[in-house]
Design a protein around this ligand. Structure first.
Ligand SMILES: [Zn+2]
Length: 385
């Protein structure tokens, strides 16, 4: 297993462009107030910044929730991904169950190689927002209607019936290099009623991405799908870095969030009861990596070094959204110069710098077709000889 860098990932329920005024300001508000919480509620209904504590039944853990008075309504879930890909919180309702709280490697490659999305209808969504009433935290049901889908820059390809991004949209003057089609159209087309919205459609990606993007993402997701492939094809490291930097900042977190909790989640999900004993590897790693000697969780929690390290913040990258995460993964691979575009089928492939085509594992059809072509060429050459 390849070790990765430990990161924190922010996952909004509704697509939230860090390039769009109100959303960008709300994001800034949340970053400023964040103090280790794992859920952030944004709502214009909140009158002040509120902090709530959630105690999952049957555990002694307490998880923080942050409520922010904001311009937009959204719910941001935070997950911490350790060097093995283990997640904390396991985030059951946002990640596919079969992942068992472990993010697969090279997710960006899988995303870039999936077929462009098709349209489907969307419903309203119900969710609970925490609210304080007379000193007590109550969960209030809110019905949220996903933001309408912007269709001015999208068209359906006549042949494939797939959705294509049209940039710049016909009849409008925009700089050719878009940063966020969603934000640019919304901000520059006046009056706003001119903007064509449709609330009955949305992007529908193949699994697991439909699960990851709860309402399909925005037009920007389509755009990044194209821009990322182009950057790989042109080996444009500067573009990759510039895009990545738009989604990544740094954050200070405690050892619990980046190490103890993801590892315990891994052990719980693999059937080891942490109340009795986590996997032995847990304590071996704890000593090897952080110089803390303990044989049980009790010993660990009482260990002076552990307590001291718990109060010490660790600086790690903080990534915004799945698109940001894909840019991050790509930039890590680009450093190793191990990423390419298959010259035959256009898929994103991994391997040595001079690798030109899909391997059997990457695209079996492309691999077989190339084999057949090679054999045919070989026979023709033999015949000519
Ligand atoms: Zn291929």
């Amino acid at each position: 297993m390849q070790l990765r860098r430990i990161v924190q990932l922010w996952l909004p329920l509704f697509p939230m462009s860090p390039f769009q005024g109100a959303a960008a300001r709300d994001l800034q508000r949340a970053r400023k107030e964040w103090q280790g919480e794992i859920l952030i509620y944004l709502s214009p209904d909140y009158k002040k910044v509120s902090r709530f504590v959630l105690q999952p039944e049957g555990t002694s853990a307490s998880l923080g929730i942050l409520g922010i008075p904001s311009e937009t309504t959204n719910l941001i879930e935070l997950i911490h991904i350790d060097e093995e890909g283990n997640c904390f919180p396991p985030s059951g309702h946002r990640l596919p169950e079969e992942w068992k709280a472990r993010i697969p490697e090279n997710l960006f490659q899988q995303w870039l190689n999936c077929e462009p999305p098709v349209i489907s209808a969307v419903n309203e969504m119900a969710t609970f927002f925490p609210i304080e009433r007379r000193g007590k935290v109550k969960l209030e049901k809110k019905t949220l209607v996903p933001p309408p889908y912007l269709i001015v820059s999208v068209k359906i390809d006549k042949n494939s019936k797939n959705l294509k991004l049209e940039w710049p949209p016909k009849g409008y003057e925009f700089p050719p290099l878009s940063i966020s089609p969603e934000a640019e159209i919304a901000e520059y087309i006046k009056p706003p009623k001119e903007i064509k919205y449709d609330s009955r459609v949305r992007l529908k990606w193949p699994e697991p991405f439909d699960r990851l993007f709860p309402i399909g993402g925005s037009v920007d997701f389509l755009y990044h799908h194209e821009v990322m492939k182009k950057a790989i094809k042109e080996k444009d490291e500067i573009a990759i870095l510039a895009w990545k930097n738009q989604f990544v900042s740094t954050v200070k977190v405690t050892l619990d969030l980046i190490w103890t909790l993801p590892k315990l989640t891994r052990d719980i999900l693999s059937g080891i009861n942490p109340e009795i004993t986590p996997d032995v590897g847990f304590f071996v790693d704890l000593q090897g990596k952080y110089d803390i000697v303990a044989k049980s969780l009790k010993e660990m929690k009482e260990n002076k070094d552990y307590i001291k390290k718990l109060t010490q913040p660790y600086e790690i990258p903080c990534i915004f959204g799945w698109v940001g995460y894909f840019w991050w993964e790509l930039s890590e691979r680009a450093k190793e110069k191990s990423i390419n575009i298959c010259e035959r089928c256009g898929n994103v492939i991994k391997g040595k710098a001079d690798k030109r085509f899909c391997s059997k594992e990457e695209n079996i059809e492309c691999f077989r077709a190339r084999r057949t072509e090679d054999k045919r060429r070989g026979r023709q050459k033999n015949n000519a000889d």
